[in-house]
Design a protein around this ligand. Structure first.
Ligand code: HEM
Length: 329
């Protein structure tokens, strides 16, 4: 994603944040309480990712304007992810007969493919200028690959962003003292996102299949070996960070920053590294601090919830999370 695409998206990021805050206002009760923040965050993430990839708003943040097509797409994206996990990690019975999970997976895939294809066909170069979609359409690949790339980008973006945003809100709710600084300083909000990625990265561990024989820390590994990089474990080690289990955004600011960066250069890598680095990195680094700052400007966030994690390809919050968004005066 080029810096130009990102610059074009900055105003949209603020518009999305504003709509998100209005949406929270509608959804919370009179005490600011929201029973299940996950369901709301996923709508923000679908809206945001589709805005970036397709240059199109689907209306998820205005409860009365969302179309049936958009609702079904959201449902298909959710179910697709869940069924993919069950098919991949469950007993591989689907290899012998079409299990229920397998059938739902195929149904969701077809629905997502057809819907995105329809959206792509609706677009003209003028309306999509500056979007990721426009860059993909200009790429030197065939039409089916272009459609697959658009779907990959949407699917890869939504769940990673959803988990990251829930983790970020959770940490900021648990460490309310940081909220004053977030309101005053976007750099502080950025430091919060880095610290949240250090403590709770969603896409971990990183995986590689070796193309050639290699020796790593005296272990001789043959070509074809799968190597998993558990950098998230090193991110919680005292050897690398002081008070490693505490949320301390200040470690990414001022004098402390140099020390944290030298310890963390290859440890805090939520988007991976090298040739396969996440193409959504710049986009996420742009939107997360904006979403955080705008939300905290509008609401005091708190929660009694105790986070539990589960693995579903990504590291995700287990179950729904309740949170309070008390309107600031
Ligand atoms: C907080 C949000 C996100 C996180 C934490 C994240 C993380 C990652 C990670 C760790 C990888 C693997 C990199 C590697 O192996 O070195 C990856 C790959 C990828 N990501 Fe993201 N991602 C996020 C958001 C997005 C978004 C918004 C998009 C698209 C708009 C996206 C599209 C992709 C794609 C297409 C790949 C595969 C790249 C390849 O294999 O060459 N991601 N992401």
């Amino acid at each position: 994603m080029s810096p130009k695409t990102m610059l074009n998206f900055q105003t949209e990021a603020y518009n999305l944040a504003e709509d998100w805050c209005s949406y929270l206002n509608i959804k919370k009760d009179s005490n600011g309480y929201i029973e299940n923040i996950n369901d709301l965050v996923v709508q923000l993430c679908i809206e945001t990712t589709c805005a970036l990839v397709l240059g199109r708003r689907l209306g998820f943040l205005c409860s009365n304007t969302v179309s049936n097509e958009s609702l079904r797409l959201a449902e298909a994206l959710q179910d697709h992810f869940k069924e993919l996990r069950d098919v991949q990690f469950g007993l591989p019975l689907w290899k012998y007969f079409k299990t229920k999970s397998y059938q739902t997976l195929v149904k969701c895939e077809n629905y997502i493919y057809e819907t995105v294809l329809g959206m792509i066909n609706d677009f003209t170069e003028d309306t999509s200028e500056g979007t990721l979609y426009a860059s993909i359409m200009k790429a030197n690949i065939d039409e089916r690959e272009k459609t697959a790339a658009v779907i990959d980008f949407i699917a890869a973006g939504i769940h990673t962003l959803k988990n990251s945003l829930i983790f970020l809100f959770y940490l900021v709710a648990k460490y309310p003292d940081c909220q004053k600084n977030i309101i005053q300083d976007l750099n502080y909000a950025k430091a919060c996102t880095t610290e949240s990625f250090r403590l709770l990265p969603t896409a971990t561990p990183l995986a590689r299949i070796l193309e050639q024989d290699m020796t790593i820390a005296d272990y001789e590994l043959g070509a074809g070996s799968i190597v998993l990089c558990h950098n998230a474990v090193a991110c919680r080690s005292e050897t690398n960070f002081h008070c490693p289990n505490e949320f301390i955004p200040e470690r990414w600011l001022g004098d402390e920053r140099r020390r944290a960066i030298s310890a963390g250069t290859f440890l805090v890598i939520p988007f991976g590294t090298g040739r396969r680095i996440c193409p959504g990195k710049r986009f996420i680094e742009l939107v997360l601090p904006i979403f955080l700052q705008q939300t905290v400007k509008n609401f005091e966030i708190s929660t009694d919830h105790v986070l539990e994690l589960q693995f579903e390809f990504l590291r995700a919050p287990k179950g729904s999370m309740s949170m309070t968004f008390k309107q600031r005066d």
